[in-house]
Design a protein around this ligand. Structure first.
Ligand SMILES: *[C@@H]1O[C@H](CO)[C@@H](O)[C@H](O)[C@H]1NC(C)=O
Ligand SMILES: *[C@@H]1O[C@H](CO)[C@@H](O)[C@H](O)[C@H]1NC(C)=O
Ligand SMILES: *[C@@H]1O[C@H](CO)[C@@H](O)[C@H](O)[C@H]1NC(C)=O
Length: 463
């Protein structure tokens, strides 16, 4: 009982409730939004701020959807038009419809704001939310976890008085939900665009300051890691260059009409400033930021309904010399070495350098990583350069999402980390600020210097 009480306290620590204006005077010209988000990478989102309201617009190829957010205690000017939904967030209580919304809400310390979950609990990995569902704090449309809850059961009428809005997928029937607001970070294919959706959540809930801080810290860490990778490569070219990364998965898909889409799906990087803000998709952007040598191609003689895949023979020739192979699906579940013995001749196989994103389980990867882009890039960096001092300290980075398929088991989200999902990446300092780099030298000597720096730092601290 004691434990349960402590747990409840932990999860209800944050407030994120807004104080309403009590003396609103429309003519006084007061700006109620001292902190304003701007979307730099999430190309499907835009925002305009006015004195006591803001308009948040989500655009996909079929059109635009505008949410008007009015400061509580004030009124929307009568000449404002074009609002598909209007909310005045005060309690910020909400209903949600997808597991991928959860890490954004959890990062903001706002799990206590979730009143109703309309997705099958078997599709949720976040153990904090599952705990809150089982103790009855959060209502669930499918508490037994029977499966995915399709949009026909999106209905919030029983929590109408408790909630202020519903985060909905950007498709499906949302006619029975209160104040539907589209939330779908996957609409933005860009690597930095997806985590930026936390600022959309921040603007919807009048919690801009918090959201902007979280995103800024993520971007800082990404910049720090990518700079450190550059420093490592420049100073230790022998150990950290010539690493060729293969990004490839197997497709066994055969259409219901019997058309084969079987083949090997290899990374394809395309220049697309509109969607990606550079070269995408997301893993190509991350590779570019890391200066990684990512094997990518548009070649292949299997036309899988538009997507181009390689045959076994083509894949063998293309992939066998790669240093590292990232298999972005469940490597062992796909039973690859039995079905395709040729991959045991791959350099990556012989050297045991094959990775997949199952360290916390495949489902958790899909639920959590888009919100943790800094961790994604730190993992990739640790796979491709010496990870010993990647984040500027002398503690090797322990990969969070990716695991070596030969040496590491698969895992899960794990126990609830508390009311706020902190960034999963390491704190990062610029290597050049922490250590004095000599000329090219073996990596080991920098590690010795790092250990010494840590020791001297410790000695100073002890004084
Ligand atoms: C675009 O988003 C709107 C909601 O904003 C949704 O109703 C519509 O179905 C979406 N279209 C597509 C093709 O996803
Ligand atoms: C939503 O649920 C309420 C109460 O259970 C029901 O009366 C209503 O018909 C439902 N709406 C839709 C569109 O299914
Ligand atoms: C894709 O391949 C080309 C040609 O080898 C290379 O120049 C480019 O850097 C690769 N893209 C990424 C993101 O690694």
């Amino acid at each position: 009982m004691k434990f349960a009480a402590l747990f409840a306290l932990l999860l209800h620590g944050a407030t994120a409730t807004n104080t309403c204006v009590t003396d609103f005077d429309a003519d006084a010209g007061v700006d109620y939004y001292p902190n304003k988000v701007e979307f730099e990478y999430a190309s499907s989102l835009s925002v305009s701020y006015h004195l006591n309201y803001k308009k948040l617009v989500f655009t996909n190829w079929s059109g635009a959807y505008t949410t008007c957010v009015v400061k509580c205690g004030t009124t929307l000017p009568s000449d404002v038009t074009g609002c598909d939904t209007t909310i005045s967030p005060e309690t910020n209580k909400m209903a949600i419809t997808s597991a991928s919304m959860i890490p954004y809400i959890h990062s903001m310390g706002m799990l206590e704001k979730i009143e109703l979950v309309m997705v099958g609990t078997s599709s949720i990995q976040n153990s904090c939310v599952l705990d809150l569902i089982s103790d009855g704090t959060i209502l669930a449309t499918d508490p037994a976890g029977l499966g995915y809850t399709w949009s026909s059961s999106f209905n919030t009428s029983h929590v109408e008085d408790e909630i202020e809005f519903t985060l909905t997928p950007t498709y499906g029937d949302v006619s029975a939900v209160k104040n539907s607001i589209p939330f779908g970070e996957w609409n933005d294919p860009s690597f930095l665009g997806r985590p930026e959706w936390i600022e959309y959540l921040g603007a919807l809930t009048d919690q801009e300051f918090l959201a902007m801080n979280i995103y800024a810290e993520q971007k800082n860490r990404i910049e720090c890691i990518t700079n450190n990778v550059e420093t490592i490569r420049e100073n230790y070219p022998v150990d950290n260059s010539g690493v060729k990364v293969l990004w490839a998965t197997r497709s066994d898909y055969v259409t219901s009409g019997g058309v084969s889409h079987e083949g090997w799906d290899i990374a394809t990087c395309v220049e697309d400033a509109d969607s990606y803000g550079g070269v995408g998709p997301y893993y190509c952007e991350a590779a570019t930021l890391l200066g990684m040598d990512l094997l990518n191609t548009t070649a292949g003689s299997v036309n899988a309904g538009g997507a181009i895949y390689m045959t076994n023979a083509e894949f063998e020739a293309y992939g066998k010399d790669a240093t590292v192979w990232i298999y972005n699906a469940a490597f062992d579940d796909d039973d690859l070495t039995t079905r395709f013995p040729f991959i045991t001749t791959f350099k990556s196989y012989i050297d045991k350098n094959i990775y997949d994103p199952q360290k916390r389980g495949m489902d958790d990867f899909f639920e959590t990583w888009t919100n943790q882009a800094d961790t994604f890039i730190e993992d990739l960096a640790s796979i491709t350069v010496d990870a010993g001092f990647l984040d500027g300290d002398n503690t090797p980075h322990v990969s969070v999402f990716y695991r070596n398929v030969f040496t590491e088991p698969t895992g899960s989200f794990g126990t609830c980390p508390g009311a706020t999902l902190e960034l999963l990446s390491d704190q990062c300092s610029a290597i050049s600020e922490v250590y004095t780099l000599g000329g090219p030298a073996p990596v080991a000597s920098l590690k010795v210097a790092a250990a010494l720096a840590a020791f001297v730092g410790g000695a100073f601290l002890a004084l």
